[in-house]
Every structure is written in C-alpha cells, then in structure tokens.
Design a protein around this ligand. Structure first.
Ligand code: NAP
Length: 244
C-alpha cells in the first residue's frame, strides 16, 4: 500500500500542484479544501484516472475538530498519514490600522493555527511509528518585512518558528519538519494583487519571472523524499533569488 500524504488547501494553486506531484511520486493523497469542492473532486478524479489513490475532504484548517475528523477519514480510507503538507493559506492586503480584529484573527487562525491543528492531528500515529514528515509552507514575507501585509507576514514568520521548534522537539522521534518559503508564485492569491504589482514583483525577482506552483511542488517533493532524510528544521527558499 502507498504511503499517505495529506495536503491542506489542495483544490487550487500551490497545494494542487503539490498533491499532483506527490501522487505522481507514489503517495496516496488526501486533498483538503475549504470551499472549492468541484476543483478538489476534479483533481481527485484526475489522480485516480492515473492510477493513484486519492480522496477529497472538506475541512476548515482553523477548526481543530474538523481537522481531526478529516485525519480520521483519511486514515480510514487511505491509511495513516505519514506526510503532512501545511499549505492552506489566505492573504490580505491593506494598512495595519485598517486590519480589524476579525481579519487579524482569521489570518492567524488559518495560516498559523491551521498548521498547528493539522500537526496535532497527525502526530499520534507518527509518534507511535517514530517516523513521519511535516512540511510547512511559509513565504518570503515570513522572512522579511511586508508593508501592507503585516498580519500575513506575522503568520508566515510564525510558520518558520513552528517549523524550527517542532523540528527540534520531534527529531528524537524520527519525525522531520521543514518549511518551504515561496517567492511570488502565479496563483489566484497573486492575481488579486493586480497587474502593476505583479510586474513590479517580476522585476524584483532576480530570475526575472514569477514562480509556478510546480516550482514549489518540486521543493516539497524533495523535502518529503528519502533524499532529504538528514534535513530537518530548515527553510528552503523557492523564490528566484528574491531574498539573497
Ligand atoms: P490560493 O491559490 O489562494 O489557494 C489557497 C488554497 O487554500 C485553496 O485550495 C483554498 O481552498 C485553501 N484554503 C484557504 N483557506 C482554507 C481553510 N481555512 N481551510 C482549508 N483550506 C483553505 O493560494 P496559493 O497561492 O496556492 O497559496 C498556497 C500557500 O502558499 C499559502 O499558504 C500561501 O500563503 C503560500 N504562498 C503563496 C505565495 C504566492 O505567491 N502565491 C507566495 C508565498 C507563499 P478552496 O479552494 O476550497 O477555497
């Protein structure tokens, strides 16, 4: 039986590419989504057509109980989760003073607490087996300042802290925890920024282009593989030289 990967926020964008690449590498994949059920089911259909085991499961990662139920379902349908990719995320663009309590709380709940909720849910099995792998998706904006994206940058910096601290805590149990920090990647999230900002970000990226979701999926697949078996607690930038 295949090893099982859970990818949060896998209906679109980066998560979708990660789920597809992991499936191509032989993982059975649980495709988590929030609202875009048709997109998630379309991906699952494609993966199954290619002979991969996959299921789509709706859950808000900010809801700890829903995440627990999702992991139970994945375990029942596919087997215990051995790879967790915490990818689900939302962004916001606006002045710090205009970021109300609700928006601030929601950003941190989804982007940071969501990763914590999913890790909590998969850890009992990983700890029992003394193996497993967690990969968190941060951002270049978790590594440097981001004007008008304070809440987002805080949540992504938190992901870096989560990665490093959890890596140290879990290393004796044989569980690796790493992080990928994408640069500017062509997805729906990036498209909300508008053409002018997009062009500016391309200019700021030394490799002279936006990244593709597949660029990030390659980095995740590497960290998930045995080729990375001595790598833990690291932040792998996949950002075209944006932060060098
Ligand atoms: P995207 O195109 O907006 O897709 C977001 C995905 O997350 C969707 O599958 C969405 O599900 C899911 N999602 C959102 N809130 C969720 C929740 N509460 N629970 C479960 N799933 C949820 O975003 P993306 O660009 O692919 O970004 C993916 C990750 O990469 C995010 O963590 C983002 O911060 C990070 N990142 C992106 C960029 C970039 O330039 N695009 C750069 C750095 C880091 P539905 O489709 O069902 O709504």
């Amino acid at each position: 039986m295949e090893q099982v990967a859970l990818v949060t926020g896998a209906s679109r964008g980066i998560g979708r590419a990660i789920a597809a690449e992991l499936a191509a590498e032989g993982w059975a994949v649980c495709v988590n989504y929030l609202e875009q059920r048709a997109a998630a089911e379309d991906l699952v259909h494609r993966l199954r057509t290619d002979g991969c085991a996959a299921i789509a499961v709706q859950a808000d990662v900010a809801d700890r109980q829903a995440v627990r139920s999702m992991v139970r379902l994945a375990e029942a349908e596919l087997g215990p989760v051995e790879l967790l990719v915490n990818n689900a995320g939302i962004s916001q663009y606006g002045l710090f003073q205009d970021t109300g309590d609700e928006l601030w709380d929601r950003l941190l709940a989804v982007n940071l607490t969501g990763a914590r909720n999913a890790a909590m849910a998969v850890l009992p099995h990983m700890l029992a087996e003394k193996r497993g792998c967690i990969i968190n998706i941060s951002s270049i904006w978790g590594l440097r300042g981001a004007s008008c994206e304070v809440a987002y940058a805080c949540s992504k910096a938190g992901i870096v802290g989560l990665t490093r601290s959890l890596a140290l805590e879990l290393a004796p149990s044989g569980i690796r925890v790493n992080c990928v920090a994408p640069g500017c990647i062509e997805t729906d999230m990036m498209r909300t920024l508008g053409e002018e900002t997009r062009a500016m970000l391309v200019e700021e990226t030394p490799l002279g282009r936006l990244g593709t979701p597949e660029d990030i999926a390659h980095a995740v697949a590497f960290l998930a593989s045995d080729r990375a078996s001595f790598i833990t607690g690291q932040v792998l930038g996949a950002e075209g030289g944006f932060i060098v």
